[in-house]
Design a binder for this molecule. Sequence first.
Ligand code: IMP
Ligand code: MG
Length: 178
Amino acid sequence: MGDVIRVMISEEEIEKRVKELGEIISRDYAGKTLHMICVLKGGVYFMTDLSKRISEDVPVTLDFMSVSSYGDDTKSSGVVRIVKDLDQPLEGKDVLLVEDIIDSGRTLYYLMDIMRGRHPKSLKLCTLLNKPDRRERDVKVDYTGFMIENNFVVGCGMDYKQKYRNLPYVGAVERIEE
Ligand code: IMP
Ligand code: MG
């Protein structure tokens, strides 16, 4: 395989940061039940790792949804179709949406709107990676793992053509063998 992927954020750095985020979130949600929502498939690695770092004093519940975006591959319209909806209602819950990466913000902007319409008690957003330079839509990010420059990255749930999600580090794609 001729693809070249450079380690950008190591497994150790990610583990350390996820632990820190877990501590911060545990403090913020003290006395509440934290309902974590993962957008499949990219968010699944980060959400499960993060959920293990939430204090045992804060009960955690999980739910998953899967969306596909309309529009071509190069530019998503931001309008998403729900392929698999959440199993549970959000009404009255303290909801934390967990994402792998926020790029243009289009998908998240739309999704947060859908979530808000389901009347959670609170709604926050946590992302492992944040690429602020590429933002087109103003989304409020409550918890960020790492700010990164405008590189295309893989690993920790993120893919290139469905591959590399399982890499334990965040890698920048330097060359792809076509
Ligand atoms: P947005 O609507 O542009 O913010 O799209 C965000 C989604 O695009 C993320 O949830 C990822 O699935 C995907 N994405 C954006 N940047 C990258 C990247 O660098 N590597 C892999 N997937 C990415
Ligand atoms: Mg995603």
